[in-house]
Design a protein around this ligand. Structure first.
Ligand SMILES: Nc1ncnc2c1ncn2[C@@H]1O[C@H](COP(=O)(O)OP(=O)(O)O)[C@@H](O)[C@H]1O
Ligand SMILES: O=c1ccn([C@@H]2O[C@H](COP(=O)(O)O)[C@@H](O)[C@H]2O)c(=O)[nH]1
Length: 224
């Protein structure tokens, strides 16, 4: 990689569609894009029992290891590789694995509080907030958490009411004001086209840019 990376932050409430937006950009543009899930920077809670980890407030800023994230983002931006931690949602804990991530032209940090920390925000060239109604988000979260994250319905609802919703209102939603761009309802065709065009415009080698006019889809359904 010869030129400095272009860093994008994608924030928004749980279930808003942040991962889907980031994944769509990454799959369309290709290997020039590196995704950095903020979830990987949840603190290591190995010192707690599983039952205690279940009770942690994962939507409060204090749940994240901001120093490590800053350090690793700065390293990638400076052209150095990092050993990125990995997270296991079923265990509510960081795993023992680290994945080597090489610097690349485009970095996409995605997570509920990607636009929360001022020093992280200052490292970002483009700040995006995905804004989706709370009812749509909780429905998506129930489906995802039960199918992919090993939760039961009651647990998802209790957690939502006790921590996810109040923390969203206190810490996540206010970061909308920090965004350059707000994407309504997650991945929609026009927003994705514009974002992908912007990303492609930041790629140093014009000839390496893939076309934007391929079919974009979410869950097998073409985007309107
Ligand atoms: N635009 C969309 N249309 C329909 N379903 C979507 C859309 N965006 C996301 N989803 C679905 O909603 C769920 C949560 O999306 P995800 O991108 O993981 O949200 P987040 O990362 O903000 O929590 C996933 O199952 C995903 O497939
Ligand atoms: O151990 C954990 C860690 C996080 N969560 C929840 O995950 C979401 C953030 O992920 P999204 O992909 O943006 O939904 C956050 O709201 C936490 O409540 C968890 O349940 N357990």
């Amino acid at each position: 990689m010869s030129s400095p990376s272009f860093a994008i932050g994608i924030a928004g409430g749980t279930g808003a569609g942040k991962t889907t937006v980031a994944r769509t950009v990454s799959e369309t543009v290709g290997e020039a894009v590196t995704r950095i899930p903020l979830d990987n920077y949840y603190k290591d809670l190995s010192h707690l029992a599983f039952e205690e980890r279940e009770q942690v407030n994962y939507d409060h800023p204090s749940a994240f290891e901001w120093d490590l994230l800053r350090e690793q983002l700065e390293a990638l931006l400076a052209g150095r590789s990092i050993e990125m931690p990995q997270y296991d949602f079923e265990a509510h804990n960081r795993t023992d694995d680290r994945v080597t991530v090489e610097p690349s032209e485009i970095l996409v940090l995605e997570g509920i509080l990607s636009l929360y920390d001022e020093e992280i925000r200052d490292l970002l060239d483009l700040r995006v907030y995905v804004m989706t109604d709370a009812d749509v988000r909780i429905l998506r979260r129930i489906e995802r958490d039960v199918i992919e994250r090993g939760r039961d319905l009651k647990g998802v609802i209790d957690q939502y009411l006790e921590t996810v919703k109040p923390m969203h209102e206190q810490f996540v939603a206010p970061t909308k004001k920090q965004a350059d761009v707000i994407i309504p309802e997650g991945a929609n065709r026009m927003a994705m086209d514009l974002l992908i065009e912007k990303v492609q415009a930041e790629l140093p080698d014009e000839s390496a840019r893939p076309g934007v006019d391929r079919e974009l889809s979410v869950n097998g359904q073409a985007l309107d």
